[in-house]
Design a binder for this molecule. Sequence first.
Ligand SMILES: C[S@@+](CC[C@H](N)C(=O)[O-])C[C@H]1O[C@@H](n2cnc3c(N)ncnc32)[C@H](O)[C@@H]1O
Length: 355
Amino acid sequence: MDRDALNETFRDIAASKEWQLRRASATPLSPQHGPVTQDNDSSVSADDLVTSSGGSRDLLVRVLRVLSALGFVEETGESQWIGNNVTAVMCRPEAQAAHIHKWDNCNGTMIKMTDYLRAVGHQTPTDPANGPFQHAFNTDKSAFEYWIEHPEIAANFNTFMRGKRASRPSWAEWWPVSDLLRPGEFVNNTVLLVDVGGGQGHDTQIFRDRFPKQGRVILEDLPAVVQDLNELNGDIEIVQYNFFTPQVIKGARIYFFGMIFHDWSDEFCLKILAQTVPAMRKRYSKLLIDDAFLPVQGCPAILGALDLAMMAMHAGKERTQRQWRELLAQAGLKINKFWPYETGSATGIIEAELA
Ligand SMILES: C[S@@+](CC[C@H](N)C(=O)[O-])C[C@H]1O[C@@H](n2cnc3c(N)ncnc32)[C@H](O)[C@@H]1O
């Protein structure tokens, strides 16, 4: 069975009626006792899964052997399983999208990265249109351009982005936005927030809900990403915008870039910033970046791995605080503060303004 067919089978299992039922009935995690499962009566059998997915019984049993050993489902008897809390999370559309994205696009690139690096004499890739992703997918497009030409990949990526912060609050819920709200200022035409490359507006919407009727709130992304958007609340403006062209919204209080710069090498970040900085007002506009700031020692494995994934797919990188300071200084900006999501965290908000 080739990779596409295997992927298809996994998706069918996750979407199958029985699995959805188990998902719906999974009980909450008890902090004292770990995952709580249903009784054996509501288990699902390999035969049930054959009926609902059309996959072969042998394949299902062999895959579920591993999934149950890893705790993704509970094994309740021979060829019998029941969904648990992990199953419930994994069945969410955003979690499925994350796994599909990581399996197809991340792993699909990383598996060929050693070949690529050998061919270029183990030099760091910096060109988003000529790196490991292009080598793996046999294209001369950047990953974002390639995904836009494959709408099913782009749609899956947007679903993944919507859920990527499910485990932690949005920046708008804890960063001190209210310190920027001068009394009376944001009731008119003043722009409070521009969410640059904001995808389909998940962060923008949380921000708007938290700060309603206070100035204009604008979502910007590529036309293919935002042109058919109709789920956002009406008072978010949607602008089709390429951030390698001059920023059209001038003098906003906040220009927010959520997980944008880690997709790009320094050379391309500076091109984006060169289009943003002229739109900023001195001692007024803030540039807020939601990204990692890696410790120089003892970097958590997950962030080191994310760095390699960004290198693979976009010739991008995660950065240390020093690297952020150097990068933004070259663009005429100074960093006021690194705000971690929680104490000791190496991800958070980087607050900057014109130097
Ligand atoms: C990693 S996603 C982050 C999305 C969102 N800011 C978030 O935090 O979830 C990167 C975003 O950059 C957008 N993007 C890529 N190239 C762009 C460009 N040239 N101009 C504007 N947006 C772009 C993508 O469409 C995507 O929505």
